[in-house]
Design a protein around this ligand. Structure first.
Ligand code: SF4
Length: 264
């Protein structure tokens, strides 16, 4: 395949958001790939779980619309969108999100190469339950990995979101040995991730890990409309009080871990 043809490879993208400030350093363009190998009940991007295009329909007093989640975009089209804001990036750049963007690394490798050559900072948000091969590929190009820590119990992982804890921990070891900036994100979703055993496991897990930041993400129900548009039942995330958030943050602090609470 010629270089030009390689950039015509197409991937399913559900959204591209410009001027994002919370998913990696600086000002960023977030590219959302459609497709994930997990099924977290609290997923805030349910339109990005399925690997195919999906019809949506919204019928409300204030909004009636229908359409399709997911556009087939060439790597060249994605590149063109990303470089529109390069003058604003400074420390910023592009963040690949999803879905599970690490599953798309082989497919988007030509794009990663070009972005790296042009000095554009690359960040990937991942749950890290992915084949090792895709992770190794990503590590050649990615500056920052934003990694979820969800549930650190083997059986619960399988039951709740369908991931293999063994694979996750194996990948974590690879990341820990690599020269890459890591931000860990902990979604606080009652009762799945917030119970004492899980929080204690996470604190213990972090003791020998390299990272630049830990974020405690307060769960929310902002994806309700997306679930309705897909005619799917979403999990109603129970509210977590400020006292509960403070108590969790204090547990980390007692073990010398600075964790920032993020309320989206
Ligand atoms: S890993 Fe992320 S995108 Fe996939 S189901 Fe879980 S929350 Fe949703």
């Amino acid at each position: 395949m010629k270089k030009k043809d390689i950039m015509e490879t197409k991937v399913l993208v559900s959204n591209i958001q410009r001027f994002c400030l919370h998913d990696g350093p600086g000002i960023r363009t977030n590219v959302f790939f459609k497709g994930c190998n997990l099924h977290c009940p609290w997923c805030t991007n349910p339109e990005n779980i399925n690997f195919q295009q999906e019809k949506y329909f919204v019928s409300r007093v204030d909004d009636e619309s229908k359409g399709i989640y997911g556009n087939w975009m060439s790597l060249q089209n994605i590149y063109d969108e990303v470089v529109k804001d390069r003058l604003f990036y400074k420390d910023g750049g592009v963040t690949f999100s999803g879905g599970e963007p690490l599953l798309f690394m082989s497919k988007i490798q030509p794009l990663l190469k070009v972005l790296q050559c042009e000095g554009i900072n690359i960040c990937v948000e991942t749950a890290l339950f992915v084949p090792e091969k895709e992770l190794h590929l990503a590590l050649k190009y990615v500056d920052t990995l934003i990694i979820d820590i969800k549930i650190l119990d083997k059986e619960q992982c399988k039951i709740v979101h369908g991931g293999s804890l063994k694979d996750y921990l194996h990948n974590i070891q690879i990341v820990n040995d690599a020269d890459v900036d890591v931000i860990y994100r902990i979604p606080l979703i009652k009762p799945y991730t917030t119970h004492n055993d899980n929080i204690n496991r996470i604190i213990c897990f972090l003791q020998n890990k390299k990272y630049s930041q830990i974020e405690l993400i307060k769960g929310h129900n902002l994806a309700e409309r997306k679930y309705q548009s897909l005619k799917r039942e979403g999990y109603i995330v129970p509210d977590i009080s400020e006292e509960e958030l403070d108590a969790i943050q204090s547990k980390f602090k007692k073990k010398g871990i600075q964790a920032e609470i993020c309320r989206i």
